[in-house]
Design a protein around this ligand. Structure first.
Ligand SMILES: [Zn+2]
Length: 432
């Protein structure tokens, strides 16, 4: 007997990869409005539910992928900046490219990026933007966390004002499926006051925070040794360099937040952070990480990492310390496309001992956890948001391997219970 009179959709696929237990052969997912109402074997699902059946055939149905770090502002910079001699040179190069762009270019770039991300099966994105005032003009076709990227390197005395203006812009956005957060860009471009102001607001508004930390060897050189090309570059543009020469970037990050207004700093505030990169860590950094309560989330961007030839990402050690590790694409100023499948493959190439299932977790359950949506996104489970995608599959034995190996556009995507892309693979029939 049907459990409900609500209009339901039963989506059947050869395999349903729930990320919530073993994959289900000849499985089906019931979608009611924007939620997953049921999941199981097709036979059983048919007995328990009534509704239109959409049979995807020889496909694997998966949770939509979640990109934990991206800058859609720079989609239009794809292929524009070849790898540079130094990280400082790359910053110079991207600044030169950015100087040529208008708000209209950025809007086009963001829209193009959204379309591309969705085409690769991404249904949620943590997107940093330097232009929060443009957000109301964007129609995001996937679930989006908008992080205002904040820089005060040329005017550190205006830190609070810069943050407050961004919060005002973000507050004006009332887009469906959207949430917001703050992104002090990096320790070398954002002051301690800017970081503290962001934490204060995040504590008050219960929003997320993200930043770039310990990305390059030059960042380590700058903060620890007060030398190197990034140090020289920033000194030349007038940054106060008195915070350099004593600590590693991680030590500095923890110290500037010591006077944070979040009372139980260290536990609660750490969980609000998605830390991008963390490639450069010393032994004393690892000791600090070992002791830290409330571990923050770490986002690795494998292909951007390769582009910059950064030090090896310390995946195994961070994982062993209990950090939640996710994957992101970063921007197309250091990557070739917005495919998380390609990120999974790049990760697999570097960390061959890690199972494809664990790699898939880094773009589903782990990323959902980093966005504090572990009970709503990243799995196919009852009550979760109906964000799904399907890819061709006739694999039984090496299913997860085949998922990671998938390297074309995704034909079928559902966001919030709405099928947004269908090619001629579905056949519908009434169910009784
Ligand atoms: Zn980034």
């Amino acid at each position: 007997m049907p459990e409900s009179r609500e209009r339901r959709m039963i989506i059947r696929a050869r395999t349903v990869v729930t990320m919530d237990g073993a994959p289900i052969e000849d499985g089906a997912v019931v979608v009611s409005k924007d939620r997953i109402a049921d999941v199981g074997k097709f036979d059983e699902i048919k007995r328990r539910n009534a509704g239109e059946i959409i049979d995807l055939g020889e496909q694997a149905l998966l949770p939509g992928l979640i990109n934990a770090h991206c800058h859609l502002d720079y989609t239009c910079l794809r292929g524009k900046i070849p790898p540079q001699r130094s990280f400082a040179d790359w910053i110079r190069a991207i600044n030169a490219e950015k100087a040529k762009l208008s708000p209209r270019d950025y809007l086009a770039s963001i829209s193009e990026g959204f379309v591309e991300a969705k085409r690769f099966g991404t249904t949620t994105i943590a997107n940093l933007t330097g232009f929060p005032e443009l957000i109301p003009q964007v129609r995001a076709p996937i679930r989006t966390w908008w992080f205002a990227e904040l820089i005060d390197v040329r005017m550190p005395d205006r830190a609070s004002e810069i943050v407050d203006l961004a919060v005002e812009s973000l507050g004006k956005t009332s887009l469906a499926r959207a949430s917001w957060g703050l992104a002090p860009h990096a320790l070398f471009t954002a002051s301690g006051n800017l970081y503290r102001r962001c934490e204060e607001i995040a504590g008050r508004e219960n929003t997320l925070l993200t930043t770039h930390l310990s990305e390059s060897g030059e960042e380590m050189e700058m903060f620890r040794d007060a030398s190197g090309s990034l140090y020289e570059f920033l000194k030349n543009i007038g940054r106060d360099m008195s915070d350099c020469g004593n600590e590693t970037p991680l030590q500095h990050f923890l110290k500037i937040r010591d006077s944070s207004t979040l009372k139980d700093f260290g536990a609660r505030s750490n969980k609000l952070w998605l830390i991008a990169h963390l490639n450069e860590l010393t032994e004393s950094d690892f000791k600090l990480l070992e002791r830290s309560r409330g571990k923050f989330n770490v986002v690795h961007s494998p292909r951007s990492h390769d582009y910059f030839k950064h030090s090896r990402f310390p995946f195994e050690r961070l994982r062993a310390l209990g950090f939640n590790i996710c994957l992101g694409t970063d921007s197309l100023a250091s990557n070739e496309n917005l495919s998380l499948f390609a990120e999974m493959r790049a990760f697999q190439k570097e960390f061959s001992g890690i199972s494809p299932e664990e790699i898939l977790q880094m773009v589903t359950v782990n990323s959902a956890r980093s966005l504090r949506h572990r009970n709503a996104l990243g799995r196919i489970s009852r009550g979760f948001r109906a964000d799904l995608m399907a890819i061709p599959s006739n694999e039984r034995r090496n299913l997860f391997e085949a998922v990671v190996a998938f390297d074309s556009a995704v034909d079928w995507v559902m966001v919030d219970g709405k099928i947004e892309r269908v090619r001629e693979l579905a056949c519908s029939q009434p169910c009784r």
